[in-house]
Design a protein around this ligand. Structure first.
Ligand SMILES: Cc1cc2nc3c(=O)[nH]c(=O)nc-3n(C[C@H](O)[C@H](O)[C@H](O)COP(=O)(O)OP(=O)(O)OC[C@H]3O[C@@H](n4cnc5c(N)ncnc54)[C@H](O)[C@@H]3O)c2cc1C
Length: 399
């Protein structure tokens, strides 16, 4: 069986490794548009942006590993179209025939439209190594940075820039930061942290325009104010990369729609990672996380080899900002009760999410024990008494 994987990121690297580990001996090809072998993206807005981590530690596997595993890695090659009848992928460099195909094309960062200045030199997004290699030299002490978007990537970039000595203003159009992904309690803790380090945060504030002629020189706000900037980072979310799937006529629903096993509407084509959605709680869920990409890629690899097993995600996530490590277990969507638990240590606390009495997620700031215990409980389907979570001297009594 000839297996081709399109997109060479986290999900592709996991899928390829799992296929070999599970005994796939046949031809295995990975095709990726970027000039670098699969690498981890999280450090792009953290240690790598800060200059504390090199490319050698960013890549997921050494060059030798790809050769030893007999994986045909095609870099700087962009897939253009899939013909599901002939089972051929056309790229900008040639053609690849497949018996089974996996789409791991990830997601593309949103930019403000050109009419709003989103195309101007001096504006940046953070998705690829190339984005960060262009941004990092711009982060020089004393310069003024405006970050548009108060999600995790925007907040992490703001923290790095502040550490490097820039003046940083972060602008969020919604009433508060982290509106899409965390409770107000977590957002409050993160806001306090950032403000304590000198990041100016403007919430409930829309953007009317990135200003500048030749280059971005500021941001005009919808309330009439103007913030001067030497550079602008847009952290306004991503869109799943579905263009290729569309060429094959695959069903799309919040990304490339798959069934519980990761199979798309074409039985020979599978999908995993940021580009793919799967059935969950009556809707098509799409996760944008390393853990999500790994879980789904492993499940798809097993099913490509005939395992017929369903994908059960065990979501986890993290974010590094200043001296805080935020660790998240579970999915907080649909929560109806929140318990906040202070912890000892700098900015340490945890926020526990319940839905109809069931523990569904935990956000832990500088509190590894709360994260580990919360994660174990969620994965075991066990729900502690919310009052005990708040009051217990030692969280281990919950186990
Ligand atoms: C700055 C940043 C920080 C993050 N921080 C965290 C974090 O702290 N924790 C966490 O869990 N997650 C984090 N994430 C998310 C995580 O990195 C992604 O969820 C993960 O990389 C998804 O893996 P993927 O393989 O689906 O997609 P990607 O890693 O994006 O890989 C997709 C690849 O496919 C390629 N591709 C797309 N179309 C084509 C085509 N037509 N032909 C060839 N190649 C193509 C792309 O160029 C890309 O290289 C972060 C992401 C970013 C950008």
């Amino acid at each position: 069986m000839r297996i081709v994987i399109l997109g060479a990121g986290q999900a592709a690297a996991t899928l390829a490794a799992r296929l070999r580990a599970q005994g796939h001996q046949g031809p295995l090809t990975v095709i990726g548009a970027e000039p670098v072998a699969p690498y981890q993206r999280p450090p792009l807005s953290k240690a790598y942006l800060l200059g504390q981590m090199g490319l050698d530690r960013l890549v997921l596997r050494s060059p030798e590993w790809w050769a030893e595993q007999r994986i045909d890695l095609h870099l700087e090659e962009t897939a253009l179209a899939i013909d599901p009848q002939t089972r051929i992928v056309a790229t900008d460099k040639g053609q690849h025939a497949f018996d089974a195909l996996a789409l791991t094309t990830g997601a593309a960062p949103r930019r403000l439209p050109a009419a709003m200045g989103g195309h101007l030199p001096g504006t940046h997004v953070i998705r690829n190594l190339a984005d960060v290699d262009a941004l990092a030299p711009e982060l020089r002490p004393g310069r003024r940075l405006v970050v548009i978007g108060g999600g995790y990537i925007g907040l992490e970039a703001a923290a790095v820039a502040r550490k490097l000595g820039l003046e940083v203003t972060l602008i969020e159009a919604a009433p508060r930061i982290l509106g899409r992904v965390a409770a107000a309690e977590t957002a409050d803790l993160i806001r306090t942290l950032n403000q304590a380090h000198g990041v100016t945060i403007l919430e409930g504030t829309g953007i009317s325009q990135i200003t500048g002629q030749e280059r971005a020189d500021g941001v005009a706000l919808s309330d009439g104010r103007h913030i001067v900037a030497d550079l602008v980072i847009m952290g306004i979310g991503v869109l799943p990369e579905t263009a290729l799937a569309a060429t094959a006529g695959l069903a799309l629903d919040n990304g490339i729609a798959t069934d519980a096993r990761g199979r798309t509407s074409d039985p020979a084509i599978w999908a995993a990672g940021d580009c793919a959605s799967f059935p969950h709680d009556g809707a098509q869920l799409r996760l944008e996380s390393v853990g999500g990409a790994i879980d789904m890629a492993e499940c798809v690899a097993d099913n490509m080899l005939g395992a017929e097993r369903d994908h059960h995600p065990r979501p986890w996530f993290w974010s590094d900002q200043f001296d805080v490590k935020l660790q998240i277990a579970g999915l907080s969507t649909g929560h109806d009760q929140i318990v906040t638990r202070p912890a000892t240590g700098h900015h340490a606390a945890s926020v526990w999410y319940f839905r109809r009495g069931r523990l569904i997620a935990v956000d832990a700031l500088n509190d590894a024990r709360a994260y580990m215990i919360g994660k174990r409980l969620i994965e075991a389907g066990r729900s502690p008494d919310p009052a005990l979570v708040r009051k217990a001297d030692d969280l281990r009594v919950l186990l």
